[in-house]
Design a protein around this ligand. Structure first.
Ligand SMILES: Cc1cc2nc3c(=O)[nH]c(=O)nc-3n(C[C@H](O)[C@H](O)[C@H](O)COP(=O)(O)OP(=O)(O)OC[C@H]3O[C@@H](n4cnc5c(N)ncnc54)[C@H](O)[C@@H]3O)c2cc1C
Length: 387
């Protein structure tokens, strides 16, 4: 294992920019395949959006590609203790979407059918069944639900550390507190990555810079339309009489969600007044809106003491779907970003895809529809199940 204070390597086959869950998964998959890889992270591992995620891992998506990527990832999360070999506290508590609009019921009917065609056991449930699956949920306005028993949540920090430590064991060089300032090119070829600690000669760069990917793409003239959007989370004190088994529960109309965290819950909701920006300061102005929904949908949570919270960034794209591919116009610039709030759960499969793109071999699923060029055409891939 290389020491963090040893000189920056002068060259590498591949440089990965970003030490979140996507970059560390990519580094692991590449190093495991014998590729000489250097990962550059300007702060510490997981310090971007990853350590601020709620940890939800689910296969319930409306886009077939997302279902395939999520299913592959869930299989990898299940096997994580063996490969790469780390405890990620994976809880298979299931994912419950609570639906109160007719249009959502129809849309989820379609997406559950799509998931079932791909062998997943998600199912539509009645309003009564939804309340039974999550006894904290209330409301006469509930029309139906959608439940996937195999989904759940895990710890994002565990996943990043697991990938990073196994990547190092396979020879990857992971540099923290090392900021990428520029990418040099000659003609349409990448020649080097310039950092605040020196340059690394390379021909291949993988952008896994999360919400900051737009500036990373700009270094090689590639427009990555990723917009940062703050999302906030609260976690509560212990709640008396908490059911031992609580699914990750999402009130789809409001986007309010919660899952069990210790003896309390972790909860969040999108703020319709939030403006794009990089601030991750916590604020109180979204809490009254959250509490309105909590009192209606899960009133037992309304009286729970709040222990704390945090804010992080969703990395939004215009169709709320990831951007994954290899740039046109500049040779060997790969990108995997813009996960629009579901990047944690996709990371294992995306790391595998990046490895195969680097090695120019077939990916397990055709990811060409996720290329950034889709925004120049009418071939957008809107994902409905984003909260
Ligand atoms: C409140 C909240 C809840 C969420 N809940 C979930 C969830 O339940 N399930 C789920 O799947 N997803 C969830 N997400 C989304 C998830 O966190 C992200 O999609 C995922 O972490 C993206 O990972 P990443 O590696 O692409 O980005 P990041 O984790 O942001 O990593 C990018 C890294 O790049 C580094 N970087 C940027 N520019 C440079 C540079 N020039 N040089 C060096 N380093 C650089 C940054 O420092 C950062 O560490 C949530 C997000 C938030 C904010």
């Amino acid at each position: 294992m290389r020491r963090q204070d040893s000189p920056l390597p002068t060259s590498a086959a591949v440089v990965v920019i970003g030490g979140g869950v996507i970059g560390s998964s990519a580094a692991f998959h590449l190093a495991e395949a014998g590729v000489e890889v250097v990962l550059l992270e300007r702060a510490h591992l997981g310090s971007g959006s990853t350590s601020r995620a709620a940890g939800g891992v689910r296969t319930q998506f409306s886009d077939a590609l997302n279902v395939e990527i999520a299913r592959r990832s869930l299989d990898a999360f299940r096997d994580f203790a063996r490969r790469p070999g780390w405890d990620i506290d994976l809880r298979h508590v299931g994912y419950l979407f609570v639906l109160s609009r007719e249009s959502d019921v129809e849309e989820f009917q379609r997406s559950v059918a799509l998931q079932n065609e791909r062998g997943l056991d998600s199912r539509r449930v009645t309003a009564g069944e939804a309340r039974g699956l999550c006894p904290l949920v209330e409301g006469d306005d509930i029309l139906a639900g959608a439940f996937s028993p195999g989904d759940g949540h895990a710890t994002p920090e565990g996943v990043v550390q697991g990938y990073a430590s196994a990547a190092r064991a396979h020879g990857a060089d992971i540099r923290l507190n090392c900021e990428v300032l520029d990418i040099e090119t000659s003609g349409d070829e990448i020649t080097a990555v310039v950092t605040d600690q020196g340059s690394i000669e390379t021909t291949t760069v993988t952008c896994a810079a999360g919400a900051w990917s737009r500036s990373c793409g700009a270094m090689v003239g590639v427009h990555l339309p990723v917009t940062p959007l703050r999302r906030q989370i609260l976690f509560t004190e212990g709640i008396g009489g908490m059911p031992a088994h609580l699914p990750m529960t999402i009130d789809f109309e409001s986007s309010f969600y919660f899952h069990r965290e210790g003896l309390g819950v972790l909860m969040g909701m999108s703020d319709p007044h939030e403006k794009p920006g990089f601030s991750v300061e916590t604020t109180d102005d979204w809490i009254p809106g959250l509490m309105d929904v909590v009192r209606r949908r899960a009133p037992r949570l309304a009286d729970a003491g709040i222990r704390g919270g945090w804010a992080g960034l969703y990395e939004m794209t215009p169709d709320r779907n990831a951007i994954i591919g290899e740039a046109e116009g500049v040779s060997r610039f790969l990108y995997a970003t813009g996960f629009s709030g579901h990047g944690f759960l996709q990371a294992p499969a995306v790391g595998e895809i990046l490895r195969d793109l680097v090695l120019q071999r077939p990916t397990f699923v055709d990811i060409s529809p996720l290329a950034v060029e889709r925004f120049d055409t009418t071939a957008l891939r809107p994902e409905y199940n984003v909260v």
